[in-house]
Design a protein around this ligand. Structure first.
Ligand code: GLN
Length: 456
């Protein structure tokens, strides 16, 4: 904890931590020491963590990296963070992210851009850590904490993990409670661990997961000992390679990484099978209808009345002016874009054409996965991202759709509610980390982690 607090103090250039909590860290680590002395110490005991700013932490600023939540200190603790504290973990502070978790580069935060600790060989140009859990990824990669929490609505754990050379696990929808996690798109959001190794991910996942009566979508299913699943034995496991993920224009280095990963699993005894997930090409458009639709509804609560920021009003302004001015000032441009798209696709006259059609596509995408798993496939191997980390401004200065294309390999997993993990598997020719993604059967995170362990 002390070493991490010192490292955080020197890490201003990364802009990963946005609020430090040394008093809490000291109190929790003293309590952890006592637990360890009495022999009652779970594996997370005394482990210093960074917490994404999307999690409500009692009495500690929790702003979802948005101006609209300026000054918001929750009265309560999210279930996931409470579970971590109950298992003895230590909070170092809150981590930067894209505003309301909308983004793939951590460039939409009110706190400013997060910088990736990695550089292209021979270049000083700053790169993004990916997003939206960019602060979590940079912090773990730069050894500012031993692990961090992330959230993943369309790839926000897996893509930044791949860009920074760490492990990121998005669990099955319903495995962890969403209570106290600021909502983006409620049918897609899940929290998960971002760690240095697969073993750490297994240990932290077990501590985060629980059935929670306060989240009606949290599933009442036992939480297994995920670490015990890490035998390294994947003999006879069937690994599917989906034809549709060979995208047009995919860089040769990503194809090569994917082929190498496939070989690695094969030489560990897995059986490799070619599979088809025919509706893959509709996933990104469906996601960018469903996620904004849910966001526009979830973000309606930020109206200047209940939380954070309220605009200064002029004489004669009414309540509608107060809403409009507050939301115009409090939300950044990407959040405003999502709210507008979402409101549009949910409006009478367009609801069937966009929202309902996207929901039907979502059902077909889920069915593609169900069919493959029913045919005996245990896990699916794909690239985690279509490229290595990109430069600041490289995508955000372009058409927003260019940024959205980054999520092409990750959104299917959220649409289908499946567990997915990103594992660092090598460096590209410029010395940047690349990651592969494994997608597993629902509720079988243990099996998925074990396959990831063989790939690590
Ligand atoms: N990049 C995606 C988006 O902007 C996913 C974000 C996320 O998973 N929170 O919506």
């Amino acid at each position: 904890t002390e070493a991490c607090l010192t490292a955080i103090g020197k890490s201003g250039a990364l802009n990963a931590f946005v609020h430090n909590t040394p008093e809490i860290a000291h109190a929790q680590s003293a309590a952890a020491d006592e637990r360890i002395a009495t022999g009652d110490a779970p594996d997370m005991c005394g482990i210093p963590l960074g917490i994404k700013d999307l999690f409500c932490t009692k009495g500690v600023p929790s702003q979802a990296a948005s101006a609209i939540l300026a000054g918001f200190k929750p009265e309560y603790e999210s279930t996931v963070t409470q579970n971590l504290w109950d298992s003895g973990a230590v909070m170092l502070g809150k981590l930067n992210m894209d505003e309301f978790a909308m983004g793939s580069s951590n460039e939409t935060s009110v706190y400013g851009d997060v910088i990736n600790p990695w550089r292209r060989e021979g270049s000083d140009a700053a790169l993004t850590p990916g997003g939206s859990s960019g602060g979590s990824a940079s912090a773990v990669s730069a050894d500012l904490c031993l692990a961090a929490t992330g959230t993943d609505t369309g790839g926000s754990i897996r893509q930044p993990a791949a860009f920074t050379g760490i492990v990121g696990l998005k669990p099955t929808y319903g495995r962890v409670s969403r209570w106290g996690v600021v909502a983006f798109a409620s049918s897609l959001d899940q929290a998960g661990p971002m760690t240095k190794t697969v073993r750490d991910a297994a240990i932290m996942m077990e501590a985060m997961a629980s059935h929670d009566a306060k989240d009606s979508t949290s599933y009442d299913i036992p939480v297994p000992n995920f670490e015990a699943a890490l035998t390294g034995d994947i003999k006879g496991k069937k690994i599917g390679i989906p034809a549709e993920y060979h995208m047009d224009g995919m860089p040769a280095e990503i194809e090569k990484l994917w082929a190498e990963g496939t070989e690695m699993l094969k030489s560990a005894g897995a059986e490799i099978v070619n599979i088809s997930l025919p509706h893959t090409k509709y996933a990104l458009p469906a996601y960018y209808v469903i996620a904004p639709a849910e966001a526009s509804s979830n973000l309606a609560r930020y109206d200047g009345v209940r939380y954070g920021h309220r605009a200064k009003l002029a004489a004669g302004d009414g309540i509608d002016d107060m809403y409009e001015k507050t939301r115009a000032e409090g939300f950044g441009s990407e959040v405003q874009r999502r709210v507008m798209i979402g409101t549009y696709v949910l409006s009478a006259g367009f609801y069937d054409a966009y929202y309902n059609r996207a929901r039907r596509v979502r059902a077909l995408i889920k069915r593609d996965f169900d069919d493959v798993f029913a045919a005996g496939v245990d896990a699916i191997l794909t690239p985690a991202t279509p490229s290595a980390a990109f430069g600041l401004g490289e995508m955000s200065d372009a058409d927003p759709v260019k940024m959205y294309l980054n999520d092409v390999f990750t959104v299917t997993v959220n649409l289908a509610g499946l567990p997915g993990i990103s594992v660092p598997t090598g460096l590209n020719s410029e010395g940047l980390p690349l990651g592969l993604q494994l997608i597993g059967r629902p509720w079988e995170e243990g099996d998925l982690l074990n396959t990831a362990y063989a790939l690590e």
